[in-house]
Ligand binder design. Structure first.
Ligand code: HGY
Ligand code: MN
Ligand code: MN
Length: 421
């Protein structure tokens, strides 16, 4: 397998870090948050605007665009062998409501920068190269996370995905049509030679260890358990304590139980409640209904399974003690992931070749790569983020970290796509 002249010291190819940073900052202007980050939630007008900007950049880089029935975007740079399966790079442009400028975006625009650099250097590869924007990675507006890559990988049906609704009752399918980003490509029809995803770590390890690059060997597994607790609306002032059927109290005890169960499964286990809707949500009404989601994760399948089982038993006990109704609906799940050794080695070798400090790491967050890994050889590259902060508008990375991660993806992709000139 030939590679560019990257073996000669000092001849290592690098991307244009300033151009990458400018693109990140230009994308960040779309769907601005209120504190310097982004609120570019999936299938909103801001998402549509970001998609259009990304498409314009890809077309300017000479790429041809594809769009599937889940709105997944595919920008292709032709290879010398049109029969060869493409090497993909991809992540997501949608953000959390109080998201940062880099979560997902770095992986999509890093892929574009790889292509821009290949164009600058006139590099030709045997395999085509594709840069992907996966729809609704975050799962914040329409649960679960990684929804469109999940349909692509056959984990969910498209009908089920189209029927997912947001807090206002709007469906995924209607909103995708409304913003005009329904493609005609059948989702999942594409075959891949390999996929690489560049992503910020979203945790504190790389920065604390002083490493430029995370070589992601595994990803945590996840359960999202949506709990609906029902009690009885009543006056907070005149209802005696022994007559209350307080769904809010039930949620509080179940939230504490989720925390304690995660703590009891240390190390390498996490649990929290991030989403909660209280009804009627009035200061002087005892909540008659609460809907909330427990998020459990671990790289250890046994721990992940045990946390879910222990939580469900404890939640039922709490509901019985308080005379509450309880429904638990799993709305998101994937098992722990082991990424492809060949692709992981290409990432590690690239970091070595480029002289970047690096360490193996397990991804704490879920990513589209976790699903695609079931279809084709897949690996991830991570860069540090300041204070390990993410899913927060203060999310920050350095220009050097962004460039280093993209350099590594450039080399890993060129090695995998086989440079022919
Ligand atoms: O939830 C996750 O891990 C990802 O940020 N969607
Ligand atoms: Mn992400
Ligand atoms: Mn995220």
């Amino acid at each position: 397998m030939t590679t560019p002249d990257t073996q000669t010291p000092g001849q290592n190819l690098k991307v244009n870090g300033d151009r990458l940073w400018d693109s990140l900052m230009d994308m960040a202007k779309i769907g601005p948050g209120v504190a310097g980050g982004n609120n570019r939630q999936t299938l909103t007008d801001a998402d549509a605007e970001g998609r259009a900007l990304f498409q314009s950049w890809c077309e300017a880089a000479g790429m041809t665009m594809g769009l599937d029935t889940m709105g997944n975007m595919f920008a292709t740079r032709a290879g010398e062998d049109p029969e060869a399966l493409p090497v993909y790079m991809g992540s997501h442009l949608d953000t959390q409501p109080t998201g940062g400028k880099y979560d997902g975006v770095l992986g999509v625009l890093g892929g574009l920068e790889v292509v821009r650099t290949m164009n600058d250097l006139g590099i030709k590869t045997k395999h085509p190269i594709v840069v992907t924007n996966w729809t609704n990675e975050e799962g914040t507006r329409f649960a679960p996370a990684m929804l469109a890559s999940g349909v692509f990988a056959g984990k969910h049906t498209q009908d089920w995905a189209y029927g997912r609704v947001d807090a206002e009752g709007k469906s995924f399918g209607d909103e995708l049509k409304r913003i005009g980003w329904v493609g005609d490509e059948p989702v999942g029809a594409r075959k891949m030679h390999a996929m690489f995803e560049l992503h910020i770590e979203q945790g504190p390890i790389l920065e604390a260890e002083g490493k430029d690059i995370g070589v992601v060997t595994h990803g945590q597994g996840l359960w999202w358990l949506q709990c609906t607790v029902t009690g009885k609306d009543a006056h907070t002032g005149s209802t005696p304590m022994n007559m209350r059927v307080n769904a809010g109290l039930g949620m509080a005890r179940m939230t504490e139980a989720a925390h304690q169960i995660a703590m009891a499964h240390q190390p390498h286990a996490v649990g929290a409640v991030g989403h909660c809707d209280v009804f009627p949500n009035s200061r002087n009404v005892i909540p008659g209904k609460v809907v909330f989601t427990v998020d459990f994760r671990s790289p250890d399948l046994g721990k992940l399974t045990s946390m879910r089982a222990q939580y469900e038993a404890k939640a039922k006990e709490i509901a019985a003690d308080l005379g509450l109704g309880l429904e638990i609906e799993p709305v998101g799940h994937f098992d722990p992931v082991t990424f492809d050794e060949g692709c992981v080695s290409a990432v590690r070798a690239a970091a070595e070749r480029l002289g970047y400090s690096h360490m193996d790491i397990v991804s704490g967050a879920g990513h589209d790569a976790c699903w695609i890994n079931d279809l084709a050889p897949t690996a991830m590259i991570m860069c540090p983020c300041v204070d390990g902060l993410s899913h927060n508008e203060a999310e920050e990375i350095s220009k050097d970290w962004a460039a280093a991660g993209t350099d590594v993806m450039l080399h890993a992709v060129l090695e995998t796509a086989e440079v022919v000139a």
